[in-house]
Design a protein around this ligand. Structure first.
Ligand code: SAM
Length: 200
């Protein structure tokens, strides 16, 4: 079964089929780029399902190729804007983990009007996560991070210290996405981390 979807192919039943087993954990990576991190973690956690969302078509195709090359049957790649995807295609309480690493700070550079993470997006993340589900985020942009902390300071989230996720990363890396690896090599950049748990 092919697992590359664009917006107009999301209603043909195949995506629903992919996510239908309620007992399987489902993780969502937003802005999965060419799928380097996603394929690595999906390979480690073959008992879970992974959805990679990427707005750029050519990067989505690269990610899909990586999924096929690695024989991963537990990953779907979707070429769509992430907020739109969550609002229109995800049910309440269905996702265990949302990964967002280095969200684009300058949205106009990719044809969008505003940054992905805003109040409405945080509400959507809350809606689609299961209770105790987790949103994991890294960014190197201080003012974006400050905004995100404000959006998520409501009582319904519990902010915890970063708990290591097994992504097969080297010891000094928080997750080991391509951006984190690049920025750590440069050494001069601060990286801000946030892990939010959905309460109640
Ligand atoms: C700076 S890159 C980070 C890539 C990767 N997460 C990492 O840590 O190396 C941001 C990625 O998110 C994608 N992206 C940005 N805004 C998006 C949106 N609203 N919906 C889906 N993908 C988005 C971009 O196309 C790009 O591939």
């Amino acid at each position: 079964m092919k697992k590359f979807f664009t917006k107009n192919k999301l209603c043909d039943g195949r995506f629903e089929n992919f996510i239908k087993e309620p007992s399987t954990k489902i993780e969502l990576e937003i802005g999965c780029n060419a799928g380097r991190l996603l394929t690595r973690i999906a390979d480690i956690h073959r008992d879970r399902k992974f959805i990679g969302v990427e707005i750029d078509k050519s990067l989505s195709l690269d990610a899909y190729k990586r999924v096929v090359d690695n024989n991963l049957t537990n990953v779907a790649i979707i070429n769509i804007e992430a907020h739109d995807f969550m609002t229109n295609f995800l049910n309440d309480n269905m996702i265990d983990v949302i990964h967002i690493y280095f969200p684009t700070p300058y949205p106009k550079s990719i044809g969008l009007q505003k940054r992905l993470i805003c109040n409405e997006f945080i509400d959507e993340a809350y809606r689609v996560l299961k209770i105790d589900g987790c949103l994991r985020l890294l960014t190197d942009i201080k003012d974006y991070f400050k905004d995100i902390l404000q959006f998520s300071e409501f009582k319904k989230w519990w902010a915890i210290n970063w708990i290591k996720y097994n992504a097969g990363q080297q010891k000094n890396l928080l997750i080991g996405s391509p951006c984190e690896i690049t920025y750590r090599l440069k050494n001069e950049l601060d990286i801000y981390s946030l892990q939010l748990i959905r309460m109640s």
